[in-house]
Design a protein around this ligand. Structure first.
Ligand code: F6R
Length: 611
């Protein structure tokens, strides 16, 4: 949820920290802070709001020290305020800590520390870590952090500095991502490698219950690793071949628009190398053909937008391989004892690969003996590490909090997985699979076509921008896309939106309609097209303002809808890919018209690493 960073090297630390925090701002933007170490001790700065506020605060006479830690926060314990902003210090300003995660036993620890004479200055769970380290310190920061960590229950990615050990940062990890690397000018730690990538592409993703000590001496950065018992370990570095341009706007006004435009490339990259000699290829899925054939139930578990990608996939898996498939939000799955057996395939979908509920659901499913496939965008993420097999979507770094290109990448990856199951189980012939694969690849060009002219989308958005609420309706694949369209609209424009299977309209939601009420109907050519037209007519009869997403060449629909957004004709099973793009642009256009910051919607963070 939060972003942590640390740097020790030859550059002025505050500059490296601020630039890394800006790249990780998608993880939280309630407040930000840094602690920089120099010959005089630790120097702290905290500001409420975005990193830009902090940048301004340290732009003047702030410490020029070359070692420090920083944080950008998404508040859990304690409201957003300077007092609750990280880094947190202990009784004196000799130790400073930044933390991503939640310390579940912080209340008991705080009570104990207060009894022992410690004085607290924030409402956060994190502050206990600073006091625990202070208590345990006997001249070796790594040992003190290790001792403190042994008292913690919960999730943490930590970076700690102390005044007595110049140039040293100690990090620890449990269930929250921590990446470290030695770069051109020093050693770095961060929650996300996007903050390290200017310095190095060879990184170590810390494993749970391990520690790293970063230092800089004689012009060289170095890192020492140990486990919870203090034994030295030597984890293998991972080479990252990410395109750094993903972290820059590249001429676009916001990351959301940039990422929407990266979707054709995402489709192509996610499909690349998947058809070899006319057969689908997924070497990274560790199940044998026999094991795949034995699967009698599929569960797709995910949250938010990733859940919606799962809804699309359910339609394809059941249609093509006739295996029952259920899609469930991970936060429900993990608490309700679902029927999971060794012949169940659980597919965990997560862009970030670190969503707490999805991870917990994976662990539950594996305990019950199920095989788990992960679908994620982040190499080496916890979802990738904890799954039996992983398919990476190739969306490259997604910065905007509202997921767009990762959604399309997930839909494409899950579509390929559905084809694979059908290939193994004979639900589709090889020729059918090849034809579908070609048509799926064609959607990249069709999305480009949609992006080339967005005037109809903008006009529809202008007509709806002042509404208080909107209803999205569709059937079949169309209804799954409505859920995603409604989510995009509410999260970035704060306009209330609800999605309904159009057939359910008459069972309640139609009561909402009145003159000018926006109804966004996904009315592409599909087996249920005529039914959706009837639902549009029912909406019009109640005065609704209807925006229809329709198939190119459908002139009939203009007689029923106030605004028609045409998209290229595709096979119904691929309509989620094409129809979701105008809905993303529609939401963004309304958000911009309402003066919202589309990349940083209020109260949200991109990675939800807490329950
Ligand atoms: C919405 C959005 C969220 C995420 C959800 C799951 O635009 O981005 O709803 O989809 O928080 O995140 P991941 O996919 O990282 O598990």
């Amino acid at each position: 949820m939060c972003g942590i960073i640390g740097y020790t090297g030859s550059l002025v630390a505050k500059d490296v920290l601020i630039s890394g925090l800006k790249r990780m701002e998608y993880r939280g933007y309630d407040s930000a802070g840094v602690a920089v170490q120099d010959g005089e001790g630790l120097h702290l700065a905290h500001r409420v709001g975005k990193v830009a506020n902090l940048e301004e605060a340290v732009s003047g006479g702030f410490s020029q020290g070359t070692c420090g830690i920083g944080h950008t926060r998404w508040a859990t314990h304690g409201r957003p305020s300077e007092q609750n902003a990280h880094p947190h210090t202990a009784c004196a300003d000799d130790f400073a800590v930044v933390h991503n995660g939640i310390i579940e036993n912080f209340a008991a620890l705080k009570e104990e520390l207060i009894q022992a004479g410690h004085v607290f200055s924030s409402q956060t769970d994190t502050e206990v870590v600073a006091h625990l380290v202070e208590d345990a310190y006997q001249g070796d920061l790594l040992e003190a952090v290790r001792a403190a960590a042994s008292r913690l229950v919960g999730a943490y990615g930590l970076a700690v500095v102390c005044a007595a050990e110049p140039g040293v940062i100690v990090c620890a990890r449990k269930d929250s991502p921590v990446v470290v690397g030695v770069g051109k000018t020093g050693a770095l730690v961060a929650s996300d490698l996007v903050a390290l990538i200017d310095e190095t592409r060879d990184v170590v993703v810390l494993a749970d219950d391990t520690f790293a000590r970063l230092s800089y001496q004689d012009g060289r950065g170095s890192i020492r690793f140990c486990d919870a018992q203090g034994r030295e370990i030597h984890p293998e570095p991972t080479h990252v071949d990410w395109d750094i341009s993903a972290a820059k706007l590249g001429g676009y006004p916001d990351f959301m628009l940039k990422e929407i435009h990266e979707q054709p490339r995402t489709i192509r990259d996610t499909m690349a190398g998947r058809m070899v000699n006319g057969h689908l290829q997924f070497d990274e899925l560790s199940l044998s053909v026999e094991e795949l054939s034995a699967i009698d139930r599929v569960y797709i578990i995910a949250c938010g937008t990733s859940y919606h990608a799962g809804l699309v996939a359910k339609n394809l898996i059941e249609a093509w391989s006739r295996i029952p498939c259920e899609v469930e939000v991970a936060s429900e799955f993990r608490y309700r004892n679902p029927i999971v057996t060794p012949s169940t395939l659980v597919v965990a979908v997560s862009q970030s690969g670190e969503t707490a509920d999805t991870l917990a659901a994976i662990r539950d499913a594996r305990i019950k003996g199920a095989k788990v496939f992960g679908v994620t965008n982040v190499v080496g993420s916890p979802v990738a590490q904890e799954s039996d097999g992983v398919i990476y979507i190739k969306a490259n770094k997604e910065i905007s909090v509202a997921a767009t290109k990762s959604f399309l990448g997930q839909v494409v990856a899950l579509t390929l997985m559905a084809m694979l199951l059908a290939q193994v189980r004979g639900g589709l012939t090889i020729n059918q699979i090849r034809m579908l694969f070609r048509e799926l690849a064609d959607t990249a060009g069709q999305v480009e076509q949609i992006l080339a002219d967005t005037s109809a989308i903008d006009a529809a958005a202008q007509a709806c921008k002042d509404a208080a609420s909107a209803l999205f309706i569709g059937r079949g694949i169309g209804s799954t896309i409505c859920y995603e369209g409604a989510l995009k609209l509410k999260e970035i424009s704060y306009l209330h939106a609800e999605a309904y299977a159009a057939g359910e309209m008459k069972h309640g939601p139609i009561a909402l309609l009145h003159d000018g009420f926006p109804v966004i109907a996904v009315a592409t050519k599909s087996p249920t097209y005529d039914k959706v037209i009837s639902n549009i007519q029912e909406s019009k009869a109640r005065g609704a303002l209807v925006v229809a997403i329709a198939t190119e060449g459908d002139t009939e629909i203009a007689n029923h809808a106030d605004h028609v957004i045409y998209i290229p004709k595709v096979r119904d099973c691929f309509s989620a890919i094409t129809a979701s793009v105008p809905l993303q642009l529609f939401a963004r256009s309304i958000a911009i018209a309402r003066g919202c910051d589309v990349d940083h919607p209020r109260n949200l963070a991109k990675s939800v690493t807490v329950e």
